[in-house]
Design a protein around this ligand. Structure first.
Ligand code: NAD
Length: 256
């Protein structure tokens, strides 16, 4: 199938987890993909696995919180593949701490990656997309951007920020006539390195995982590919009338 045939996509934090699955799926569906991550070894391996020839996949080492780096990532993408049609703002980090325990230092670090970088990246992508007929920006928020968790104070704040920032950007782009759609995706718990680390915090990763499973009415955790499917839909022209919306993919977590 060629649901994003000929499109050019940047996927941040694509060395593993949800970002890796999204990069692989977008490439399978015909996109040329730019895999970016701070983890250069794993990120390069993903790009090589997609296309070792480098013709359809490129890895760029990229810290999303570094404002200056964004201009270079977008420039290199356009130089290599001739444009930019899709940006998936996926890179993210977690901190398990309540409002009483969280430190300002960690709060600021987390916001810089989960929220500030989504702003910087969206701004950079709009600059590249608006004069070339438009595009699709997909911001990976979370169920934690919809409902609160007592032990995710900073993470909740960042993902809630991504949710409503997405709507502001979508409205601006729509009213400006840019042809750029901006949407957010809200995964439940997906078994990735991030969640494996969270599950292991109590010392028993299997018990931690079962506790997380119990939060999902569907009776299991999600798979990265199940989030990639939603990202693909929003990135593709099948979602041509979808902007400013939030796609919840959470096994029923927020339905109750
Ligand atoms: N796994 C889940 O259950 C879940 C649920 C909801 C939302 N999310 C969100 O989905 C996104 C992906 O999560 P995941 O579970 O795949 O995480 P992960 O930790 O498995 O992968 C995240 C990737 O982001 C990269 N990264 C971290 N900081 C970076 C930075 N400053 N610049 C560039 N890359 C950086 C990491 O190196 C890693 O490769 C995150 O935004 C996360 O908050 C995850």
């Amino acid at each position: 199938m060629n649901r994003v045939e000929g499109k050019v996509a940047i996927i941040t934090g694509a060395a593993k987890g949800i970002g890796e699955a999204a990069a692989r799926l977008l490439a399978d569906e015909g996109a040329k993909v730019v895999v970016t991550d701070v983890d250069a070894a794993a990120g390069r391996a993903v790009a090589d696995a997609i296309d070792a020839s480098g013709e359809n996949a490129l890895f760029l080492e990229h810290d999303v919180a570094d404002e200056g780096a964004w201009a270079s990532v977008v420039e290199k993408t356009v130089e290599k593949f001739g444009g930019l049609d899709i940006l998936v703002n996926n890179a993210g980090v977690a901190s398990t701490a309540s409002v009483e325990v969280e430190t300002l230092e960690k709060w600021r670090w987390l916001q810089s990656i989960n929220l500030d970088a989504v702003f910087i990246g969206t701004q950079a992508a709009i600059g590249a997309m608006k004069d070339s007929g438009g595009g699709s920006i997909v911001n990976v928020s979370s169920i934690e951007g919809l409902v609160g968790d007592p032990n995710l104070a900073a993470y909740n704040a960042s993902k809630g920020g991504v949710r409503i920032f997405t709507k502001s950007s979508a409205l601006h782009c729509a009213k400006s006539g840019y042809g750029i759609r901006v949407n957010s995706v809200h995964p439940g718990y997906i078994w990735t390195p991030m969640v494996e680390a969270v599950a292991g915090e109590g010392g028993d990763v299997d018990a931690g995982r079962e506790a997380l499973v119990a939060l999902h009415p569907i009776g299991r955790l999600g798979r990265p590919e199940e989030i990639a499917n939603g990202i693909l839909f929003l990135a593709s022209d099948e979602a041509s009338f979808v902007t400013g919306s939030e796609l919840v993919i959470d096994g029923g977590y927020t339905a109750q």
